[in-house]
Design a protein. Structure first.
Length: 273
């Protein structure tokens, strides 16, 4: 048996208490924090969507914006909408399974293997752009070279990190070059095979002319000849009139013929160049 009141035993006080609890549960806040680094402002998403006032004035959603793309997504408070809009991030895919983050201001990060590093890199750039973070001084910004006795453990560690990054970038560049060459070689061979096949079809069609076949009589034959071999301007006008081709069909046939002409008439292309 349960101790909960039934409809017959429910009192007005218990009913009011149930209504209050249900209302409180339905109106409980759903707080979203500003994703700007270090910002603690929050707003009540549930109150904003319901169109009611939040429990606290500081939880108001007026002026908040949403960022839904890039490595850093979330809500932005009115205090930081301007700076975030100027530096909206965008994820960029690079070869060898790496990623970069590109900023609306033109800044780009170094490529990373782990995509989770893109957000902190962009956040660091955002704080630097806002003037809330001091830019670190690198060895490249120090005039002249340090003598051996002036080097410290930190400077040597930075040099070794730069050297390791350079070696890794060189290996990546070599892999990317090899991948591009392989792709070019594959497409070159495939393109050569396509050219031979198309030329074989064109030669068979030309032989058909010697067999007294009229390629302009049938609309399908006329279309194939126009695309693969090409009619001269006067003949194309007559063929278009015979088969009731409108200006859009004639223009489309000319475009398709222009795309295939480097394959079927390479000598003419070289002479034109």
């Amino acid at each position: 048996m349960t101790d909960q009141p039934t409809l017959a035993t429910l009192t007005e006080e218990q009913l009011a208490d149930l209504i209050a609890k249900a209302t409180a549960f339905r109106n409980q806040p759903s707080l979203h924090q500003c994703f700007y680094p270090g910002c603690l402002r929050e707003f009540d998403m549930a109150a904003r969507m319901d169109g009611r006032e939040p429990a606290r004035p500081s939880w108001s959603g007026a002026g908040w914006r949403q960022v839904t793309r890039g490595p850093s997504t979330g809500s932005v408070c009115p205090d930081h909408v301007g700076i975030v809009t100027e530096h909206l991030p965008r994820t960029v895919d690079v070869p060898n399974g790496r990623w970069m983050v590109a900023c609306a201001c033109g800044w780009m990060s170094r490529s990373q293997i782990y995509g989770g590093l893109l957000r902190p890199l962009w956040e660091e750039h955002l704080l630097l752009a806002a003037g809330e973070l001091a830019a670190p001084v690198t060895l490249a910004e120090i005039p002249g070279r340090l003598s051996l006795d002036e080097h410290t453990e930190a400077s040597l560690a930075e040099l070794y990190e730069v050297l390791e990054d350079t070696e890794h970038d060189r290996a990546e560049t070599r892999e990317a070059a090899q991948a591009m060459y392989k792709a070019w070689d594959w497409h070159r061979k495939a393109f050569g095979g396509i050219a031979r096949a198309v030329n074989a079809v064109c030669n068979m069609m030309r032989l058909g002319v010697g067999d007294t076949r009229d390629w302009s009589a049938d609309r399908h034959d006329a279309y194939l000849w126009a695309v693969l071999i090409g009619w001269d301007d006067d003949t194309l006008k007559n063929v278009a009139a015979r088969h009731r081709w409108n200006e859009h069909r004639v223009r489309y046939v000319r475009e398709m013929r222009a795309l295939l002409s480097p394959i079927t008439d390479p000598q003419k292309q070289e002479a034109a160049e």
